[in-house]
Design a protein around this ligand. Structure first.
Ligand SMILES: [Zn+2]
Length: 356
């Protein structure tokens, strides 16, 4: 039996008419309403001429459709992952078990996605390809991916595969935000802040509902507040010192060269490339430094030294994303958004703690 695109569409349309759960996930989108649905959606069946099919909800959103409020195609049962995320996780897990890349046919049978569907899902969720992930597994650079129990975006971020893009593709459309408005803070977005005096000066922490979205260091709190309000001009800011006590003490610990007692949830806002750089910075142990070139090599972009330096300079999350651990290849400090004396002082504290 042939498997032409028309055959697949026809089989999918039959499932939609029967409101039947498919073996291989897909959604159908309706041109006239701009909505996409699960095949099992109880809503009225559209005219077939207005319907297109997508392997993943990510693909449907990318094509400009919105999720149906009745069947909630992005809400997933198991582990809270979307079908694209679940497919990527399954593929990653299989490649980790295998210790390297797997043939496309094997990935298709593991994920239930077509090759095209899987590469779209990988690009959207992980900001990379299955092949690149497999290679990273083989060279040992993907080992921190998919820590059990952590949300997929954080896990993907931890491995340096750009969860920011995943965030845009999964959460942002639900919030009705575009990536650029998300990066700046959408109108009415509520951000809470607190500040803490540390050994390197005042640290301002700003958090969204997802986690820390800005951490800044400086001598004057009002100026720091001004700066973040300029950076997120559409958001509203509320002091929440009590709710952010753990965040404040975690940041004070980091400033003094100690590890934070609890993991600080992050809401990373930047490009996929920046996210890869920032993720690599988080893997530099306290007490050590890397050159910009070494970070570029670490993220698999050895010629992108200037872009790495620029991503370091645009780091919004001081201390948590330790851009202070990146120095020039000749060992001199290079730049630091929050001042070279602060950078030197952070490195000194970390070295001292490390050598104890
Ligand atoms: Zn629906």
């Amino acid at each position: 039996m042939s498997n032409t695109a028309a055959d697949i569409e026809e089989a999918r349309w039959r499932l939609v008419l029967a409101r039947q759960e498919p073996e291989q996930a897909f959604v159908y989108a309706v041109r006239t309403t701009g909505i996409y649905c699960r095949p099992t959606c109880p809503s009225r069946r559209p005219l077939p001429a207005n319907v297109s099919f997508f392997d993943t909800t990510v693909a449907a959103r990318t094509a400009g459709y919105r999720p149906c409020l009745r069947c909630e195609p992005d809400r997933q049962g198991e582990a809270g992952h979307t079908s694209a995320e679940a497919a990527v996780i399954a593929a990653c897990r299989a490649m980790r078990a295998h210790g390297g890349p797997l043939p496309a046919a094997q990935l298709r049978s593991i994920t239930g996605l077509s090759q095209r569907g899987l590469s779209r899902a990988f690009a959207a969720v992980a900001g990379t390809s299955a092949r690149a992930f497999g290679d990273a597994v083989r060279t040992g650079t993907a080992r921190v991916l998919l820590r059990t129990g952590s949300p997929v975006t954080e896990a993907v971020f931890a491995a340096g595969f750009g969860s920011v893009r995943a965030f845009y593709d999964t959460a942002a459309p639900t919030l009705g935000m575009t990536p650029s408005s998300y990066a700046r803070g959408a109108v009415g977005e509520h951000l809470s802040w607190t500040s803490v005096n540390t050994v390197v000066g005042t640290v301002l922490a700003v958090a969204s509902a997802r986690g820390l979205c800005a951490v800044r260091i400086g001598p004057h709190l009002p100026r720091l507040l001004d700066e973040v309000q300029t950076e997120f001009p559409a958001a509203t800011f509320t002091p929440e010192h009590e709710a952010l006590t753990d965040v404040a003490s975690g940041l004070a610990a980091l400033a003094a060269g100690h590890p934070a007692a609890a993991a600080l949830p992050l809401d990373v806002r930047g490009s996929a490339f920046q996210a890869r750089v920032w993720s690599a910075l988080r893997r530099i142990p306290a007490g050590e430094t890397r050159s910009y070139g070494e970070v570029a090599a670490e993220i698999g972009a050895p010629t992108a030294v200037r872009a790495v330096a620029s991503a370091c300079a645009r780091n919004r999350l001081a201390l948590v994303v330790p851009c202070h651990r990146v120095v020039r290849s000749d060992g001199t400090l290079g730049g630091f958004r929050w001042g070279l004396s602060v950078k030197q002082s952070l490195l000194d504290h970390e070295k001292r703690e490390h050598n104890r």
